[in-house]
Ligand binder design. Structure first.
Ligand code: NAG
Ligand code: NAG
Ligand code: NAG
Ligand code: NAG
Ligand code: NAG
Ligand code: NAG
Ligand code: NAG
Ligand code: NAG
Ligand code: NAG
Ligand code: NAG
Ligand code: NAG
Length: 470
C-alpha cells in the first residue's frame, strides 16, 4: 500500500514534468514572452531550432523600437556577468549580427522559475527580437568552429531545464499555427491533439561532414526527394532526389534550396525571375492546387506551394522568396514547411518525430515523454533506413556540386523578401574571384580555417556562407 502510494506520487510528479511556452507569430517570427531577473522584466524571444545560444536585448540596443521589451542588467540583483564576449552573425550572414556579454540569471515563465540560465545580454544588434536557441550544444557559439583550443560547451536553455529538474529529457515539441498567429513549444512532452495520422521517427544526421565536422550539430534529417504535386492534373514531378540533408529550422522564414533545385522548380512552375527584387514570381493562380512533397526516408509530407509564397498587394502576383544556396545537398526547411508539421525533437537520442499538424487545435492532450521519443504511442519507423552521410554525398553528387559551385557568378546578391520588414534591398555584398585550383574539399577546409578565427555564427549559415564563397 505504501509502495503503491509512493509509485502514484512518483507518477503524478512525472506527469507534471513539462513546460509549455505559448508562441505568437509576430513580424514573421514565432516568439515567446519570458521574464528575466529579480525584477522579472519581460523579454520577447524568437524560438530558433537552428541555433543554440539564448540572448536578450538591453535598453541600449541599437535598432530598438518603442514596443521592444528590454532587460536591464543593473535592475537585477540575481544577474552574474561571465565577463566574456558573445558575437554572432545570423541569417543570411551579412549585416545581421549580435554583440554582447555572457551571464547568468533566473528566467520565469508564468511563475515557474527556470534558475540560473546561461544567456547573453546584447547591446549591439541588427535583430528585432532576442533569441531562444533550441539546438544542440555542438552548435553553441562558444564551441562551434572556435578552433584555437579554447572551445567549450555549456548547458544551454533546454539542457538547463533538465539540469534544474523541470523536465526529464532534453526534448521538446513544436506546433505552429500561422493562420491564427500562435503556436506552442512544449518541453518534455507531446500534445497528442495537435497532430493527425502516423507519426514517424527520423534519426538526426551530420549535415556538416563535408566541412570536417565530425559530430551531429544541428536538427538535420535525411531528405530523399522533393516533388511538385499538381492536384488538377494528378501528376507528380520530381525536382530533386538523392540522399540530401534537410535542416528543420524555425528561424528560417521560408526555405533554403540549392540553386540547381530552385531552377528546376522555377522551370516546372513556369516562374518569372524578377532581377530587381532578386526573387521568383508567378501569378498566384498558377500556384494554386499545387503542393511541394518532401520525401524523408520514404515518408511523404506535402505542403501547398502557396504556403511558401508571398502575395503582392493586388493578391494576383506571388513571390516565392526561397533563398538560393550553392551547395548541392544543403537544404533548410523553415516556417513555411513547419507550419504544416507537428515536430518532436529529442536531442538526447538525436532524433525527431514528424506528423501532420491539425488546425485549429483547441484542446490539449499533453503526455510527458519521460523516456524520450520512444514513449510516443504508435511511433513508426520510416521504410527507407538509409540515411544521409558523407559517403553517399561524395559518390552521388559531389561532381555536380563542384560544377554548380564553379559555374556561378562570383558576386552574391542578397535576396530581398517581398512584404518582409527585416530585409535590406538587394545589394552586392561580397565579391570574390573564383579559383579552380583546389579540390572542393581543400577549398572548404581552407576557407573554414580562415573563417574559424573570426566569425561565429549559426552552424548551418556559416557553412552555407563558406560554400557560397567558393
Ligand atoms: C502565461 O500565461 C498567460 C495567461 O494564461 C498566457 O497568455 C501566456 O502566453 C503565458 N506565457 C507563456 C510564455 O506561455
Ligand atoms: C550599470 O551600473 C554600472 C556600475 O554602476 C554603470 O557603469 C553602468 O553604466 C550601468 N548601466 C546602466 C545601463 O545603467
Ligand atoms: C563587440 O563588442 C566588444 C566589446 O564592446 C568590442 O570590443 C568588439 O569590437 C565588438 N565587435 C564588433 C564586431 O563590433
Ligand atoms: C544560482 O547560482 C548562484 C550561484 O551559483 C546560487 O547562489 C543561486 O542559489 C542559484 N539560483 C538558483 C535559482 O538556482
Ligand atoms: C557562465 O558562467 C556560468 C557560471 O560559472 C557557467 O555555468 C556558464 O557555462 C558560463 N557561460 C558561458 C557561455 O561561458
Ligand atoms: C563525437 O561523438 C563521439 C561518438 O559519439 C564522441 O565519442 C565524441 O566525444 C564526440 N566528439 C565531440 C567533439 O563532441
Ligand atoms: C512517397 O513518395 C515517393 C517518391 O515520389 C513514392 O515513391 C512513394 O510511393 C510515396 N509514398 C507514399 C506512401 O505515398
Ligand atoms: C479554436 O481555436 C481558434 C484559434 O485559436 C479560435 O479562433 C476558435 O474560436 C476556437 N474554437 C473554439 C470552438 O473554441
Ligand atoms: C567524378 O566524375 C568522374 C567522371 O565521371 C568520376 O571518374 C569520378 O570518380 C567522380 N568523382 C567523384 C568524387 O565522384
Ligand atoms: C586561426 O587560429 C589558429 C590557431 O590559433 C592559427 O594557427 C591560424 O593561423 C589562424 N588563422 C587565421 C587565418 O588567422
Ligand atoms: C536593420 C537595421 O535597422 N540596422 C541598423 C541598426 O543600427 C545600425 C547602427 O545604428 C545601423 O547602421 C543599421 O542600419
Amino acid at each position: 500500500m505504501i509502495i503503491q502510494t509512493i509509485l502514484l506520487l512518483l507518477a503524478a510528479a512525472n506527469a507534471d514534468k513539462y513546460l509549455k511556452l505559448d508562441l505568437e507569430f509576430e513580424g514573421m517570427n514565432y516568439v515567446t514572452n519570458l521574464e528575466v531577473g529579480s525584477e522579472k522584466e519581460l523579454v520577447t524571444l524568437q524560438i530558433d531550432t537552428g541555433s543554440s545560444d539564448t540572448w536578450v536585448k538591453t535598453s541600449q540596443s541599437t535598432n530598438n523600437t518603442n514596443n521592444d521589451k528590454y532587460f536591464h542588467i543593473n535592475n537585477s540583483e540575481t544577474f552574474h556577468s561571465n565577463d566574456t564576449n558573445f558575437e554572432m552573425v545570423y541569417g543570411s550572414g551579412y549585416g545581421e549580427y549580435v554583440n554582447g556579454t555572457w551571464g547568468t540569471d533566473n528566467f520565469f515563465v508564468n511563475d515557474t522559475l527556470l534558475g540560473n540560465m546561461t544567456f547573453a545580454v546584447v547591446g549591439d544588434t541588427s535583430q528585432h527580437f532576442g533569441l531562444l536557441g533550441l539546438g544542440l550544444p555542438e552548435c553553441e557559439s562558444t564551441y562551434y568552429h572556435v578552433n584555437d583550443g579554447s572551445q567549450y560547451m555549456y548547458n544551454n536553455f533546454p539542457m538547463k531545464l533538465v539540469e534544474n529538474g523541470i523536465i526529464d529529457r532534453n526534448l521538446y515539441s513544436i506546433y505552429l499555427d500561422q493562420d491564427y498567429g500562435h503556436g506552442e513549444l512544449l518541453f518534455g512532452a507531446i500534445d497528442n491533439n495537435k497532430f493527425d495520422g502516423e507519426i514517424y521517427k527520423f534519426p538526426l544526421v551530420n549535415g556538416n561532414s563535408l566541412v570536417g565536422i565530425k559530430n551531429i550539430s544541428a536538427i538535420t534529417i535525411t531528405l530523399n526527394e522533393i516533388s511538385i504535386l499538381n492536384l488538377k492534373d494528378d501528376e507528380k514531378i520530381p525536382v530533386a532526389n538523392g540522399y540530401m540533408s534537410a535542416l528543420l529550422d524555425t528561424g528560417v522564414t521560408n526555405a533554403m534550396l540549392p540553386k540547381s533545385i530552385l531552377e528546376k522548380i522555377a522551370n516546372e512552375l513556369d516562374l518569372d525571375y524578377d532581377s530587381e527584387a532578386n526573387i521568383y514570381t508567378a501569378e498566384c493562380s498558377k500556384l494554386d492546387n499545387k503542393l511541394f512533397e518532401f520525401n524523408f526516408q520514404g515518408v511523404n509530407f506535402s505542403v501547398p506551394i502557396l504556403d511558401f509564397a508571398y502575395m503582392h498587394d493586388n493578391q494576383k502576383l506571388c513571390g516565392l522568396p526561397i533563398t538560393e544556396t550553392y551547395m548541392q545537398q544543403f537544404i533548410a526547411l523553415g516556417q513555411s514547411f513547419l507550419d504544416s508539421i507537428y515536430m518532436v525533437v529529442d536531442l538526447d537520442s538525436e532524433s525527431v518525430a514528424l506528423a501532420n499538424a491539425v488546425f485549429p487545435s483547441n484542446e490539449s492532450d499533453i503526455i510527458v515523454l519521460e523516456n524520450g521519443i520512444e514513449d510516443i504511442e504508435n511511433l513508426k519507423t520510416p521504410p527507407d533506413s538509409t540515411t544521409y552521410d558523407l559517403q553517399h554525398m561524395i559518390y552521388s553528387t559531389l561532381n555536380e556540386t563542384i560544377k554548380t559551385n564553379f559555374d556561378r557568378h562570383s558576386t552574391y546578391h542578397k535576396k530581398s523578401l517581398i512584404n518582409s520588414k527585416s530585409v535590406a534591398p538587394s545589394t552586392s555584398l561580397i565579391s570574390l574571384s573564383t579559383s579552380s585550383s583546389h579540390s572542393l574539399i581543400e577549398s572548404i577546409a581552407k576557407v573554414s580555417n580562415n573563417a574559424g578565427n573570426t566569425s561565429n555564427s549559426r552552424c548551418f549559415t556559416w557553412i552555407w556562407m563558406i560554400l557560397s564563397l567558393l
